[in-house]
Design a protein around this ligand. Structure first.
Ligand code: SAH
Length: 391
């Protein structure tokens, strides 16, 4: 097996559990590496660091799979997937969960979402893509699923020299399925929905609005399939208006409201939330509860400041639309913005909006998307509820 020696200075990060090795962190390589090869990695002092898959074409040259000298074969992936399932079961998951959350489950660049008897997978690096048959076999033998679908229509694959593609990995099935969450039902379009079709990471946070929406007039922006809005109606909101820029999202949200017989309470409109929130603030509209769940504002470090400005702006508008003593429910899924920075941004927005905030709860993503200490970017979802009063 090819041996890769690391430069001295990156040792602490790797020793501390981070699995990525960038090309410029490699000192020397004994032999030549082809994309997808399994290689052994050593610290500068010749100590074994771990074993992983390599891709000389990628900026992330190696992603470690293990810190042991164990064989990487079909059985290895079977065991890892089984362990991940046991962990989720221990936490109480039965039907739907993110079964594999990449690095956080020791399988870098692999995502598997379990929607009841259906599975959606993404293999986002060359070295994991080559193991797709082993991964499918493992899912087959652990779950006997009704279907597996590949959502590899993601641009990051091109950085790895992989084509974007999607399609069935088992016999074809109807790609629109229905899942249960918190006693409600949702259509999930695993073929054409965003990402894997549904945002499982907010499942606990959707429950967190239960008490504050009772009897309330609720405004939700960035609704996608209407999950937060339908939860609000279910928990007793008087009226709910959901906004999303995508006509398709509004269509799906409306169908989901109908599916739960809550369409007399929940209405959805296809508009640009940035424009509308600005206008409605000027018009003096007010709601008991305003909920914001925008998409990630940046994926690159260069644009962090811009993203912060975006969060400040949207939250400032959101707060102004809240009645005195009402609630703002606000999320951020930008992994480059850490929780403390998010809270500071909200604080700045409150200052400019002349509002005082009282925190109800501050949470992260559901625990089927584990946060690994030492791997900052696994701590990506910020979810905050605050009471908003006039200053
Ligand atoms: N709350 C959803 C997830 C939202 S994802 C859930 O729990 O499942 C973010 C959504 O914001 C996407 O559906 C996207 O279409 C929408 N979006 C992006 N830009 C927007 C804009 N300017 N105005 C309104 N919606 C927007």
């Amino acid at each position: 097996m090819v041996k890769v020696y690391l430069k001295k200075k990156i040792a602490p990060r790797i020793a501390n559990g981070h699995p990525w090795i960038f090309a410029n962190e490699v000192d020397k390589v004994s032999g030549s590496i082809a994309a997808g090869d399994i290689v052994d990695v050593y610290f500068a002092d010749d100590k074994f660091a771990g074993r992983g898959y390599a891709n000389p074409q990628s900026q992330i040259m190696i992603r470690l799979l293990t810190r042991k000298q164990e064989t990487i074969d079909e059985q290895f992936f079977y065991q890892r997937i089984l362990q991940a399932w046991h962990y989720r079961q221990k936490l109480g998951y039965t039907e739907n969960c993110r079964l594999i959350f990449g690095e956080a489950d020791g399988m870098p660049a692999l995502i598997i979402d379990k929607f009841n008897d259906y599975f959606v997978i993404q293999t986002m690096a060359y070295g994991i893509d080559v193991w797709k048959p082993a991964i499918i076999n493992a899912l087959q033998s652990i779950f006997s699923p009704k279907g597996i679908y590949e959502r590899n229509d993601v641009p990051v694959r091109e950085l790895e020299g992989l084509a974007q593609q999607k399609g069935f990995l088992t016999a074809p099935f109807s790609p629109e399925i229905v899942i249960n969450e918190n006693g409600l039902q949702f259509y999930v379009d695993i073929e054409n929905g965003q990402k894997t079709g549904y945002f499982l990471d907010q499942q606990d946070n959707r429950r967190a609005i239960q008490h504050i929406v009772k009897g309330a007039d609720v405004l939700g922006a960035f609704t996608y399939t209407g999950t937060f809005e339908i939860h609000a109606a279910h928990y007793g909101a008087k009226s709910v208006l959901g906004l999303d820029i995508s006509e398709n999202a509004v269509r799906q949200a409306t169908r989901n409201a109908q599916l739960n017989k809550l369409d007399h309470i929940c209405k959805f409109e296809a508009v640009n939330a940035f424009d509308v929130l600005k206008q409605w603030t000027k018009d003096g509209r007010k709601y008991d509860v305003v909920m914001l769940d925008p998409p990630a504002f940046t994926k690159s470090r260069e644009n962090i400041q811009k993203a912060i400005t975006g969060y400040k702006e949207i939250n400032l508008r959101g707060m102004k639309l809240v009645k005195n003593g009402g609630f703002l429910v606000t999320s951020s899924c930008t992994n480059l913005i850490q929780p403390d920075v998010f809270l500071e941004t909200i604080e700045m927005a409150a200052w400019d909006a002349r509002k005082r905030l009282r925190q109800v709860t501050f949470q992260a993503q559901a625990s089927d998307h584990p946060i690994i200490w030492g791997m900052e970017n696994t701590n990506y979802l910020k979810f905050l509820i605050v009471e908003v009063t006039d200053r």
